[in-house]
Design a protein around this ligand. Structure first.
Ligand SMILES: *Cc1c(COP(=O)(O)O)cnc(C)c1O
Length: 392
């Protein structure tokens, strides 16, 4: 008999009932170190007092009104995002997938309004992940995500990750945009080198294309800059955000330049819940922390510490791990043993990690994790690796 929850996930036999900082408490009382953060969502950890306050104060006043009216919390969050990024304007969604939908629509509408309606194609890369909607899976294009789901949305050109020559060759008078994650998350924590992001920006400028960055996973302080593309010294035309921006409340956003957003006039797009007072009140509190240069300096310091420990871990368990990859607190351990075995051994040792493609386990801890938490992370992953090696 089918479970009452549609069985699209292979769930670990764990039920967490409470969270405190970088810790999750299981129904049986065990304390797990959370190096997953709800897949890069709980940027400020669990039950951060500022987020609890923002959400509960807003909950006592007003939950929802719809976008037929001005929403002061939405205005405040948009102002913060514009102040701290390349963007001139922001549309709020409830998820990364919805941000992908709008990013694609916005790019196509831009060219339509410019009198180039044939420019609809969007170049994407293997190993990418842009969400589970029809546009999201069509954009990513992997068989795993698309098989059995009928005709894919046309207008996506799939290239191999890292194939810059392929990009130039793929551009035609139908091309509208290039869509890429500055650091692939689901694809196995694969950073796009700064030089490559710069080259993509130049290609877009040379051909009059829009550069769309998917920072749903790598944005909002995760890499040690507010947005990952800042490391490369470039800016996109359109950027998708979600996950960390809500700190655990479902919230997403599309950020854009005035030019790229110029086709999106009144009536062309909408969302019932997007930008609701609850999500935006929390988002403001997240932004107030994450956009603080002192906070980001701490993320970078702790990222350096964690990375150093992980390099040691890999060196002492060559039969389990191959290398550390990633940037900031978006780290991956490329495994020699099956990554699922390492994740499961982590559960046995009360540390939570996330599997990714390419036989990688992802470490996406709360950005607020402490130095003690980092020591614990090492100790627990070390025990997990020892257990995996003993079984092999
Ligand atoms: C998670 C993710 C998405 C999809 O976000 P949802 O909130 O799950 O819809 C899109 N792009 C990237 C890079 C992601 O990591």
């Amino acid at each position: 008999m089918i479970p009452s929850v549609l069985p699209t996930y292979n769930r670990a036999p764990l039920s967490f009932v409470k969270g405190e900082g970088a810790w999750l408490i299981e129904a049986d009382g065990r304390r797990f170190l959370d190096l997953a953060a709800g897949i890069a969502v709980n940027a400020l950890g669990h039950a951060h007092p500022a987020l609890v306050k923002a959400l509960s104060e807003q909950a006592e006043n007003l939950w929802h009104v719809s976008n037929l009216y001005h929403i002061p919390q939405q205005q405040a969050l948009a102002d913060r995002l514009v102040e701290h990024s390349f963007a001139d304007t922001v549309f709020f969604t409830n998820s990364g997938t919805e941000s992908c939908e709008l990013a694609v629509k916005m790019a196509r509408k831009y060219f339509y309004e410019k009198g180039q309606p044939e420019r609809v194609e969007i170049i994407t890369f293997s190993g990418s992940f842009h969400g589970r909607s029809s546009a999201g899976i069509s954009a990513a294009g992997s068989e795993k995500m698309t098989k059995g789901f009928g005709p894919m949305l046309p207008g996506f050109v799939h290239l191999t990750f890292g194939d810059l020559d392929g990009v130039t060759n793929a551009i035609s008078d139908k091309t509208a945009a290039i869509l890429i994650e500055p650091v692939q998350g689901e694809g196995g924590i694969r950073p796009v080198p700064d030089a490559e992001l710069k080259a993509l920006r130049q290609i877009c400028d040379a051909h009059g294309l829009l550069l769309i960055l998917d920072e749903v996973q790598c944005g909002v302080g995760r890499t040690g800059k507010l947005f990952a593309h800042e490391w490369a010294g470039i800016t996109p035309d359109i950027m998708m955000v979600a996950k960390g921006i809500g700190g655990g409340f479902p919230l997403g956003a599309v950020l854009a330049t005035e030019e790229a957003a110029s086709g999106m006039t009144a009536g062309t797009h909408g969302s019932t819940y997007g930008g609701n007072p609850l999500g935006c009140a929390v988002g403001c509190a997240v932004m107030d922390h994450v956009s603080d240069p002192a906070f980001l300096a701490e993320v970078n310091r702790k990222a350096g510490l964690l990375r150093q420990k992980l390099e040691g871990l890999v060196a002492s368990h060559p039969e389990v791990f191959e290398e550390v990859r990633g940037t900031g607190l978006m780290l991956g351990l490329k495994c020699v043993a099956p990554n699922i075995d390492v994740v499961n051994a982590g559960y046995d040792n009360e540390v939570v990690t996330v599997p990714a493609a390419d036989n990688v386990i992802r470490l996406l801890p709360p950005l607020t994790l402490t130095d003690d938490d980092i020591d614990e992370a090492y100790a627990r992953l070390d025990r997990a690796a020892t257990a995996v090696a003993a079984k092999a």
